[in-house]
Structures are given as C-alpha cells and as structure tokens.
Design a protein around this ligand. Structure first.
Ligand SMILES: [Zn+2]
Length: 296
C-alpha cells in the first residue's frame, strides 16, 4: 500500500466508516472541495442562500481541524461557490471569502467554474456565473492561493437529481473545450497566474489543451461514475505528458456510487506499467502536497 493525497474530493459527505476505509487504502491527506450542496444526499426545492453555503464551508473546516487526531489523515479545505447549484446572494460569499482564506485549514478557492447544467433544476444564467467565477479568481490571485477549476461534464438527464440538462448537438470534446476556453478567458481577465490554477476533472478531451495551451496544474478525477477513467489511461497520460503538472484525485461524493479504490488502483496500474516510482509519487502525492501546502 502506498500513501497518497487525494487532491479533490467531497468526503465530508461520507460517514466515519468510509473515512476509515479511505485511510486504509493509503490516503494520507485530502483537499475537500466545499460549497457544493449536491454532494450530500439532500434534495433542494429552492436555491440555497449564502447562509446555507456558509454552513457547507464551516462544517468541513471544523472536520478538517480534528481529522488528523481522529483519522490520522491531514485534511484541508477549498471553499468557493460552485456553479453546479444556483446560489441566491452569492456576493455575500465572495465578500467573506478573503477572510476564510486566512484560516490555516483553507488552502484553496473552489471548486468553481462555468457549468451549463445545475442540480435540482435550479438553472443559473451563464453571465451571472461568469461574474461569480471572476470574483473568486480575483480573490485567489490577491491571496496567492490556488483556484480549483471545475470543468463541466456533458450530462444526460438520468445523471441528475431532479432530471435536468439535456445537451445539444455538440460533441463531448467540443463541449469540454468550449467551457474550458471561456473559463480561461475569465481567469486571465481576473489576473490569476496559471501557477495558481488547478484545472480539474481533466480527461482525454482536454488534457492536450491543458498541457500545450496553459501552464496550469492538471487535476484528473478518477473515482466518479459520472466520468469513468480506466487506470490504464492514467498511465498513458503520465507517460505522454510527464508527471510535472498532474494531480490525481477521486472526486468522491455522497450522492452516487463511488469506487473507494480508484486512486490505489491507478497507483498499481502505474507500477505494472513500469512508470518510475518518483513519477508515481509526484502525481499522487508531491504535486498536491506542494501546491496546496499540506506539509506532509
Ligand atoms: Zn468535485
């Protein structure tokens, strides 16, 4: 078993026993992406307010403070306004965000990023999402903290709580690139350096663009049934693009089936593929440890 850092998950939505199981898979630390109501098994019939989202920020921060003592894992938080659920009065949240970033348990802004689909059929107009993303990118730049960029996945209505979101005619590749380019325009306008940008949920449709057209970090989420990625693909990407900017994560959450062993399986696949040990460690531990300042 190797120790790894899960650079993006929502395990605060999971139970004690599940945390124990994660620890036994080798998870030594994780960055919790906070602020997404849909990762919990809750159904919303009206958009959450800023007060609701503060609760989604505060509770995991409190968990992170005790995680090391209780579970022997170092947890840190990313706090932000996700576009996956429309939030009423998000300006109150961005106003408070700089103060949250002073907390030693908060290491990043996010996840945030344009998404044309929202949970619970609570649609959020893209121009307003763009304003919200720009505000968060400016705050991250000013604080010198990384921004975790959520990149959207084309969804079928069956993927969604409340049944939403049928995409048009564009191919998944075009869809993914289109939103990534729009996100990057906003982020550049906000003056956030790519060294502080973690583009997340990267897959085969955008990994080349991330490595050739940006200087950003490349988060690869491999534990979600929504975007299945075979461990062999991870091996190919680490070989092709090198380990310098890749960070593996599970994106585990509480509202659908997850593969607890997704990251350990990728580590074993990389070993079978004879990827050097130092490169495996880089994509599964060192990059996240350094970029998010986990100090492990
Ligand atoms: Zn996530």
């Amino acid at each position: 078993m190797s120790r790894y850092i899960d650079s993006h998950n929502h395990m605060h939505a999971l139970s004690w026993d599940e945390w124990e199981l994660f620890a036994m898979t080798g998870m030594a630390g994780a960055v919790l992406s906070c602020g997404n109501p849909h990762v919990h098994r809750e159904i919303w019939e009206a958009p959450p307010t800023a007060a609701d989202i503060f609760r989604f920020w505060d509770s995991p921060i409190r968990l992170a403070r005790v995680a090391e003592e209780k579970h022997f894992m170092r947890l840190r938080c990313a706090v932000g306004v996700s576009s996956m659920t429309r939030v009423e009065g998000w300006e109150k949240l961005t106003e408070a965000l700089p103060r949250y970033l002073e907390d030693p348990h908060v290491v990043a802004v996010g996840e945030a990023g344009l998404d044309p689909s929202q949970y619970f059929q609570l649609a959020w107009e893209l121009d307003d999402q763009a304003r919200c993303l720009e505000a968060q990118a400016r705050i991250a730049a000013a604080a010198g903290k990384p921004l975790i960029l959520h990149t959207p996945t084309p969804k079928k209505s069956v993927d969604f709580l409340g049944g939403v979101a049928v995409q048009g005619e564009v191919s998944p590749e075009e869809f993914r690139l289109h939103y990534l380019r729009r996100d990057l325009e906003i982020i550049e306008k906000a003056g956030l350096d790519h060294s502080l940008l973690v583009i997340d949920h990267v897959d085969g449709s955008i990994i080349d663009y991330v490595h050739t057209e940006t200087g950003a970090w490349c988060g690869i989420s491999i534990g979600s049934a929504l975007r299945p990625i075979h461990p062999d693909r991870v091996c190919e990407w680490v070989r092709e693009y090198g380990p310098e900017r890749i960070m593996l994560n599970s994106d585990h959450l509480g509202y659908r089936s997850i593969d607890f062993f997704s990251v350990p399986k990728a580590l074993r696949a990389m070993r079978r593929a004879e990827i050097p040990e130092k490169d495996i460690r880089r994509v599964s531990f060192d990059n996240a440890n350094e970029r998010f300042g986990l100090g492990l």
